[in-house]
Structure formats: structure tokens, C-alpha cells
Design a protein around this ligand. Structure first.
Ligand code: HEM
Length: 408
């Protein structure tokens, strides 16, 4: 009986952990439990940092640095995100690039939206956030590169971590798994390394740009060369997150002509639509924390878990705190308090939460407003269903991402 018990998830409500695992991860989708954890100082977990470092998109950037460095650099970087008034124009340009008007006008185009969005958002992040002019060799490379979004499932990463299979000595095993099952992941690691180099060699920074500020910080020794390059590479990670969220939003919009009409008549409603998309399809299905160093000895949680994973996907569909949790119902965000109470965390929580929150919500909202406006030259063909949203990758994308459109 004891042996049988040790193979069962243990815990209460939506808290899970297997008692025999070496490194124990506690997964929670319960706002009360998350609130109890968040009462004490916490930081990004080592597991998540390991995963991000291995992921092709992030080395030595804010995401994988300590709290002090992250807090300092985030403060500087925020000022370089595009201002609110520039966002509608950025969104419009993005939509027009992703959906060129088909010729002849009557033909219908079907696109796989995720990879196309990663490319266009990457262009946009370089132009509008890093604030550089892209030269021809880089432009050509971006145009001909395939931007795949597949990566190892987070559950597999978690299991490998729990069994201590993430240790450097087992690198060969990991690369074998990647070669067999996740070739896209290896492809993107190569693309990312190439892009990092090309952005340094083939862009011209504009005055006062985020790129030139980073270069000054490097020259004055405030950041290292690899941190400088890490921040440049992190533009790609942001493009992934945005592409996932915007892709889900576009697919949902195509499935909901009723909401297209509503946004056309009441553009402010687009924000509720975006919030609902991020509830049902959070790009980061899970992310994790651990106790901050000074609180390491706290026994509040006993030895139940070493790391605390917020299972955002399950949290956002937790029937104890959301009414009709699986129903796509943007109207729920008309309520002022709809996102309060640690039940809605698409951008994380605490001091390591996402600095791109405001910009991302605005960009997606403006993109939807433009698509539903009279100015937009294209119209979506109605989809039968909302996208499927299960796949738990580091950055998860909708499973069925084909979208058909035609000229108006
Ligand atoms: C819809 C789009 C996005 C989503 C859903 C998203 C979500 C997240 C999440 C869940 C985290 C981890 C938070 C935590 O551990 O508490 C994060 C971290 C971060 N995000 Fe985003 N993000 C998005 C877009 C962006 C954009 C556009 C940028 C930059 C322009 C950005 C920059 C960052 C950075 C720098 C961090 C690390 C912060 C730190 O380590 O302290 N994100 N994001």
C-alpha cells in the first residue's frame, strides 16, 4: 500500500508532487496556495532558469539573472518600450505584413499563423523596441529563415529535472532526445545564434535606442559582453511570447464573428477579448519560483517541494474561481475585479513578473481593433472552432493554427 501511494500525486486540491522524486516540484493551480507561497520572499526558480538557459532564445539576459541585476536593468529597459501613442501604428503595420491583400482579390489565402507571426514580431521588435535600422543581409536572413516554435514539453523538462536528468553529465541523453523528437528546437537554437551575431553586425542603432543604451552599458563595464548579447537575443523570446498570444487572439477572433462586430462598434471591448484569450491560452503554461535566499531556511512548506510551479493554464481554468471556466466569454473582463486575487497570472507575479505586460496587451488590442475596423483591407473566413490549447511547451502555441482570409 505504501509503495502504491508513492506513485500517486500527493497533496490537496490542485497541488501535486510525487514524494520519491529527487528534485521536487510543486505544481499549483490554486490561488489560495499561490497567495500563501507569495507571502514570503521568492524569486525565479533554478529549474526555470535552467530551462530558459537551455532554450535557444535566452542566454545571460534579464530573465536568467539574479533579482538585483534584473530589477536594475528592467527599470532602464521599460523606458525603451514603444510609447502608448505609437502602438496603433505598430499594430497596423504588423497586421498588414502578416495578411498581405491577396491578388486576385477574390482568392482565399490560408496561412499557418504562428511561424509567420514570430518572423513579423521579430522584425517589429528590432525596429520598434531595440530601435535599429535593419540592413540588407539581416533582412534577407529574416525573410528566408523558417521560425519554428516547437520545443520540449515542459512536463518532460520537469520530469527530467525531478529525476536529475538535467545534470551536465547527461547532456548526451538530452541531445539524443532532441535529435529524435525535437529537431525544430535544435533548428531554432542555430537560428538564434546566427541572428544574435547578425543583429550586432548588420543593424544601425538610432539615437537614444535601447540598442545604443545597451552598448553604452557594455562600454562602461556595467554589463558584460554576453549580457549585452543576451538582451539582444531576448528580443526573439519576446517575439515568441507575443506571437503565441497574438496568434491565439486572431484564431479566436476568426471563430467569433459576433465579437468582430462588437469590437467594430465598441473598440474598447477588444481589451476584454485579449484578456480572455490570455486566460484560456497563456503563452507560458507554467512558470516557477523558489524561496529567496534570505528565506531559504523557512520551513513553512516543510520539505513538500523544492520549487513552486504556477500551473497558469490550469489556474486560469480552475472551476473553483472561474465561472464556466472553459467557456470563451470576454464579457467576464468587463467586471473590474475579474483579474484580481492571484487567479489570473499570464505575466507572472512579484518582482520577477513580465515588464512587457502593458505593451503586449496594448499591441494585441490595437491589432484586433484594426482588423475589425473599416480601414482593414482583409477579412477572416469564419473558423468552425476556437483553437485547441493544450500543448505545454516553454512558450506554447495554439495546436491548430491555420487561418484563412480574403480581401474585403
Ligand atoms: C503576451 C506576451 C507576453 C507574455 C504572456 C509574457 C509572459 C511572461 C512571463 C510569464 C514571465 C515570467 C514571469 C515570472 O516569472 O513571474 C515573463 C518574463 C519576462 N518578460 Fe514577458 N511576456 C510577454 C511579452 C514580453 C515582451 C514583449 C517583453 C519585452 C519587450 C517581455 C520581457 C520579459 C522579461 C525581460 C522577463 C523577465 C523578467 C525578470 O526576470 O524579472 N515579455 N514574461
Amino acid at each position: 500500500m505504501g509503495l502504491f501511494k508513492s506513485f500517486q500525486w500527493q497533496g490537496s486540491g490542485k497541488v501535486y508532487s510525487l514524494p520519491w522524486l529527487k528534485n521536487r516540484l510543486e505544481y499549483s493551480a490554486d490561488p489560495k496556495r499561490i497567495a500563501a507561497f507569495a507571502k514570503h520572499p521568492f524569486t525565479r526558480s533554478r529549474f526555470v532558469m535552467d530551462m530558459l538557459t537551455l532554450f535557444h532564445l535566452s542566454r545571460n539576459s534579464i530573465v536568467v539573472s539574479d533579482d538585483k541585476h534584473a530589477g536594475w536593468l528592467k527599470g532602464i529597459s521599460r523606458a525603451h518600450l514603444p510609447p502608448e501613442k505609437a502602438v496603433p501604428q505598430i499594430a497596423r503595420k504588423l497586421v498588414e505584413r502578416v495578411f498581405p491583400v491577396p491578388r486576385p482579390e477574390r482568392s482565399e489565402q490560408t496561412v499557418h499563423i504562428s511561424d509567420r507571426l514570430i518572423r513579423e514580431l521579430y522584425r517589429s521588435m528590432l525596429n520598434d523596441t531595440l530601435n535599429v535600422t535593419v540592413l540588407k543581409p539581416l533582412e534577407d536572413f529574416i525573410t528566408r529563415t523558417k521560425f519554428h516554435h516547437n520545443s520540449r514539453p515542459v512536463a518532460l523538462e520537469g520530469l527530467m529535472y525531478s529525476l536529475r536528468l538535467h545534470m551536465p553529465g547527461l547532456r548526451l541523453l538530452r541531445s539524443l532526445i532532441d535529435r529524435l523528437y525535437f529537431n525544430d528546437f535544435l533548428h531554432m537554437r542555430r537560428v538564434s545564434a546566427k541572428l544574435e551575431k547578425m543583429v550586432v553586425d548588420f543593424t544601425v542603432p538610432r539615437t537614444g535606442s535601447w540598442f545604443s543604451v545597451l552598448a553604452e552599458l557594455r562600454s562602461s563595464g556595467k554589463i558584460t559582453q554576453s549580457q549585452f548579447r543576451g538582451e539582444i537575443t531576448s528580443m526573439l523570446v519576446s517575439s515568441f511570447s507575443l506571437a503565441s498570444a497574438l496568434g491565439s487572439a486572431l484564431l479566436c477572433l476568426a471563430a467569433r464573428p459576433r465579437h468582430q462586430k462588437k469590437i467594430h462598434g465598441d473598440p474598447a471591448f477588444a481589451r476584454c477579448f485579449v484578456m480572455e484569450v490570455l486566460r484560456l491560452y497563456p503563452p507560458f503554461r507554467q512558470f516557477g519560483y523558489e524561496r529567496a535566499a534570505k528565506d531559504k531556511n523557512s520551513h513553512l512548506f516543510g520539505n513538500a517541494a523544492h520549487e513552486f510551479m504556477v500551473a497558469a493554464f490550469a489556474l486560469h481554468r480552475n472551476g473553483d474561481v472561474w465561472e464556466n471556466p472553459h467557456k470563451f466569454q470576454p464579457e467576464r473582463f468587463l467586471e473590474r475585479d475579474a483579474e484580481k486575487g492571484l487567479k489570473y497570472l499570464p505575466f507572472g507575479m512579484g518582482k520577477r513578473s513580465c515588464p512587457g505586460r502593458r505593451f503586449s496587451i496594448s499591441l494585441i488590442t490595437e491589432a484586433l481593433k484594426f482588423i475589425c475596423s473599416d480601414e482593414c483591407q482583409v477579412i477572416f473566413v469564419k473558423r468552425d472552432k476556437l483553437p485547441k490549447g493544450k500543448s505545454g511547451r516553454l512558450v506554447s502555441f495554439p495546436l491548430d493554427d491555420s487561418l484563412a482570409y480574403r480581401a474585403k
